[in-house]
Design a protein. Structure first.
Length: 329
């Protein structure tokens, strides 16, 4: 379905069949399909849709093609590093920085203080429009120094990324500058915004943890059922981290079972509320449970509730439907 939408949009723009006033609408619809393909690629590369390795890889490549993300890189960075160390400081490549990391790196300071979401800054919205593409590029450049991929795999990841870039840039002379803007650049920004809106809520309000406990370091968000359908239930993020290889169609059952057994530990809130909290709160961890605004010194506690497992790195965990992070004393 998403591939059909994209093909129709590109052909319509190429053949000048789209009225000028409808071009932004076409870009918006294509951006929704960009995001939809990313959710499909994510679930597929976890092995939740097809089991055949080659087919899984092919679907993953197509799914992440709009963002030119190598499936090889994604598996190493997301499946292994992130899922194996969710929100563990200094290890999870997707975790927001500690205060020490913030002080030590100009790049970290720029990305969190000037381009990142939080602290009520409107300029942080740039992270929505380019965040996933920029973070993916960063992971590719960092894969060598970090040892995320062996040398041969890293070379192949670069080749896969370049193949995606060449495929999209090949459309530029055909579409022209304006056509390329509406057929790729604007849809890419829409796709980034949708994907990043979910990614921001996955772990950024939760504590840093030393033990990989999804009930402590992950947050699920609730959305209308039709949104769950088109995003392959990506909002069921606690459930996904408990069983990453599981088809998302089983996520509601997992939620039901978790709530029966650990209702006081399960973290969930409406999507809009999580986004509002992301916008209002800082993104630097002064300790595992406290977010800090380095400019003002304001401290905000991460989502927390009653009692954490011994050794989790957090003294408390969130109630089932938390209203907001509490202000730190």
């Amino acid at each position: 379905m998403h591939a059909t939408v994209l093909a129709a949009g590109i052909l319509g723009i190429l053949q000048h069949r789209v009225p000028v006033l409808l071009l932004p609408v076409v870009s918006l619809v294509m951006g929704l399909s960009f995001a939809g393909l990313a959710f499909l690629g994510h679930e597929t590369l976890h092995g939740a849709i097809v089991r055949n390795h080659r087919l899984r890889y092919l679907v993953g490549f197509v799914g992440f093609l709009p963002f030119t993300v190598s499936p090889r890189l994604w598996i190493a960075w997301h499946n292994l590093m992130h899922h194996g160390n969710a929100n563990k400081p200094g290890v999870d490549p997707d975790a927001y920085p500690t205060l020490d990391e913030h002080r030590a790196s100009a790049l970290v300071r720029m990305s969190t203080d000037y381009l990142g979401v939080g602290r009520g800054r409107l300029r942080g919205l740039t992270s929505l429009g380019i965040g996933f593409t920029a973070h993916s590029a960063h992971q590719l450049f960092a894969a060598g120094p970090r040892g995320t991929l062996p040398r041969r795999e890293l070379v192949l990841a670069w080749l896969e990324t370049l193949a995606g870039l060449v495929a999209w840039l090949a459309l530029l002379p055909l579409l022209g500058g304006v056509g390329f803007l509406f057929a790729y650049v604007l849809p890419l920004m829409v796709g980034n915004a949708i994907v990043m809106a979910y990614i921001f809520t996955n772990h950024s309000l939760s504590p840093h943890t030393r033990v990989n406990d999804p009930l402590a370091n992950s947050l699920s968000v609730t959305v209308p059922r039709w949104v769950d359908f088109v995003t392959l239930r990506f909002g069921f993020h606690v459930e996904h981290h408990l069983f990453p290889w599981m088809s998302s169609r089983h996520a509601p059952l997992v939620r039901k079972l978790v709530l029966e057994r650990w209702p006081e530990r399960y973290q969930s809130m409406p999507f809009w509320r999580a986004l509002l909290l992301i916008h209002r709160t800082p993104r630097v961890y002064v300790d595992d449970e406290t977010l800090l605004d380095p400019e003002t010194g304001e401290r905000v506690a991460t989502l927390a509730s009653r009692e954490a497992p011994k050794g989790s790195g957090t003294g408390s965990m969130p109630p089932r439907e938390p209203e907001h992070p509490r202000r730190a004393a």
